[in-house]
Design a protein around this ligand. Structure first.
Ligand code: BTN
Length: 244
C-alpha cells in the first residue's frame, strides 16, 4: 500500500486518475490531501471541505476480471466500508442514503465518488474518492444537511484513526467483492439503507412530488426501487429522484 500525502491539490480523484493513466500504479495506492481546490461530488457538484479539518482521499483499486455488470456491488462494498468504519465511533442513527451518502441523524457526514476505468466490458481499475467531515465545526447555510463527526459526537477526533479504520474496512469489503460475495454485500447494504420501507415523499426530475417506499436497489442497473402508492414498483436512476 502506497500513501501519497499532499497539502493541496485540485482533486484527489483527478490526481489519482491522471497518475494511473500515465503509468500502472499498485493496488491500494492512496492520495490524501488537506485541501482541494476543485473537489468534485456526484452529478457534477462541488465538494467543499474546510482545510485541515476533514478527510479527503482517493484509493485506486485494480481489478483483474471484474465485469461492469457487477458495479453496483462495488458501490455496496465501498459504502459499507465507510459505514462500518464510522459505526465504530458509535455515531447515532447511522445509515446509507442511496447510492452512497453516509448519514448520521439524517445529516450527511460523508460523500463518495467512484470513477471507473473500463477495458471492454470490464472495470480494469476504480478510483474511490471519499470525503468525510471529521472535525469541521460549522457548515455554510446553503448546505443545511451537512454535519461532521465532531458536531455529532461533541468531540474532536484523530483523523488518522478514522482514515485507518476506513482503509481496513475497504480492504475487507474489496476482498469480499473479489471473491464474489455479492449477496453478503447486498444484505449488509440493504439492512442500513436510509428510509427503506418507510413511506416518504419524493421528487422526480420534473419536480413532481409523489409518495413511495424504498424497497431496495436493482443490482443489475444500480437503480433505486420504489413502491408507489398504487403498489407498482418504479426504478429511478440518480438524476431521476430525490427526497422532497
Ligand atoms: C458526493 O457526495 O457528491 C461525493 C463527494 C466525494 C468527495 C471526495 S473528497 C476526495 C475525492 N476527491 C474529489 O474530488 N472528490 C472525492
Amino acid at each position: 500500500m502506497r500513501i501519497i500525502k499532499l497539502n493541496a491539490i485540485e482533486s484527489t480523484n483527478t490526481f489519482l486518475k491522471d497518475l494511473s493513466v500515465n503509468s500502472a500504479q499498485e493496488d491500494f495506492t492512496i492520495v490524501v490531501t488537506e485541501q482541494q481546490t476543485s473537489g468534485r461530488g456526484q452529478m457534477n457538484t462541488k465538494w467543499v471541505s474546510e482545510t485541515g479539518k476533514n478527510l479527503m482521499f482517493s484509493v485506486l483499486i485494480n481489478f483483474n476480471d471484474f465485469s461492469i455488470s457487477n458495479q453496483t456491488f462495488l458501490n455496496f462494498a465501498v459504502a459499507m466500508a465507510v459505514f462500518e468504519a464510522l459505526n465504530e465511533f458509535k455515531l447515532p442513527k447511522l445509515s446509507v442514503k442511496w447510492p452512497n451518502d453516509i448519514l448520521s441523524e439524517k445529516k450527511k457526514i460523508c460523500g463518495v465518488l467512484i470513477e471507473n476505468n473500463l477495458k471492454g466490458m470490464n472495470i480494469s481499475s476504480s478510483i474511490i474518492g471519499i470525503g468525510i467531515n471529521v472535525n469541521q465545526n460549522s457548515f455554510p447555510e446553503n448546505v443545511p444537511n451537512a454535519s461532521s463527526l465532531r458536531l455529532i459526537l461533541n468531540e474532536e477526533l484523530d483523523r488518522d484513526i478514522v482514515f485507518t479504520k476506513v482503509i481496513d474496512r475497504l480492504k475487507i469489503n474489496i476482498d469480499l467483492l473479489r471473491s464474489k460475495e455479492f449477496e453478503l454485500l447486498e444484505d449488509k447494504y440493504i439492512r442500513v439503507l436510509y428510509k427503506k420501507n418507510i413511506p416518504s415523499m419524493f421528487k422526480d426530475a420534473e419536480n413532481v412530488l409523489f409518495m413511495g417506499k424504498i424497497l431496495g436497489v436493482n443490482t443489475t442497473n444500480g437503480k433505486l426501487q420504489v413502491e408507489l402508492s398504487d403498489e407498482t414498483i418504479k426504478e429511478f436512476a440518480l438524476k431521476e429522484v430525490s427526497f422532497a
